[in-house]
Design a binder for this molecule. Sequence first.
Ligand code: GLA
Length: 394
Amino acid sequence: MDRRERLIARARQGFRLAYGVEPTRFFAAPGRVNLIGEHVDYNEGYVLPCAIDRETIVAAGPPAPQSKEKLFEAVALDMGDMASARDSFDLVAPIRPGENNWQNHVRGVVQALGRYGHRVRPMRIAVAGDVPIGAGLSSSAAFGVAVALACSDYSGLSLAPETLAKVAQLAENDFVGCACGIMDQMASAASVADHALLLDCRNLQTLPIPIHASLAITVIDTGIRRSLTESAFNQRRAECEAVAAHFGVKALRDLDWDTLLRAEPDIDHTLFRRARHVVTEMDRVEPIAIALAQGDTAQLAEVMREAHISLSQDFDVSLPPIDRLAQMVSEGLGDAGGVRLTGAGFGGCLVAVSTHEAAEAIDGAVARYNAEADLPARAEAYRPAGGAAPIAVG
Ligand code: GLA
């Protein structure tokens, strides 16, 4: 059994245990690693994430035959034991928030589909995943997009990837309380295998960028965890919006570097640094897209190093051990690839894009870091995966 088969078997068995019957359909949505364009999506710029071969699987089937109510039932197999990780709600009454985050993801998705004018049929689902939780690899987006796909497809709706992404984002914004942008959900819904996804977060247009065959993607988990719903993420977003308001532009995408620089003496220095990260980060997306397609590791090394420093010093979302690890990996790689913090920050993972041969240098740097660190880091190779889709299972 490969990784996905094991996951499907777990979802199938969970469904059977929870409801006493076999599921009839399976759906999958991947997590993502962001290669460049960090904290840019809610500023309406370009980002370049890539779906990974870790995913959420939803097993789905019809409601209990004897039930007279129009119920939606869910069991989340990674969220506790079979008794505590269950939820059920009436599809006819207004949908209210549940007791915890995962229930709110499910309820939020069903409610958001309703807001888009789509009616979800009574059904039952079991959800299992292998995207590391809280690591900055978008386990939440994978969960939300997988549930959105399962609910809509099972209800006879064929929704575009953008709609699935918007539904999952709305659920997270309104029911989970995280003011996240659209990048993670779009990466999960619309990625193309072996490509990164260049996404214009203003109009949701996408362009798959081929990843040169000489390149490997390694995710280095720092082991440091922090939840996204914490206020720091929402605060960063509010700071960016405050700068945009100061300049009278819709979003920081509309702010150019010279205008920002001229205004430096007039604005609060923290706000200036936030905007400097976003404006310079937007300029890093195109060079990385080209370097990725051409396999130009020297360019990846240079631009990703700048990106990490900007996240750390201007956006203040790194931590001293993460900076140390990034520096050690960067030194180990030299010109053979780049490394930087990926995702929202405040913990989570580094991403390295390097030649395949450089994997050894990454392992060596991680081993040196682990010899002195409180929490051990772990490097793992990920493959660029395709976006959310139903699974044909025999
Ligand atoms: C989280 C959010 C995204 C994005 C990134 C930072 O993953 O969910 O919308 O803002 O952080 O780039």
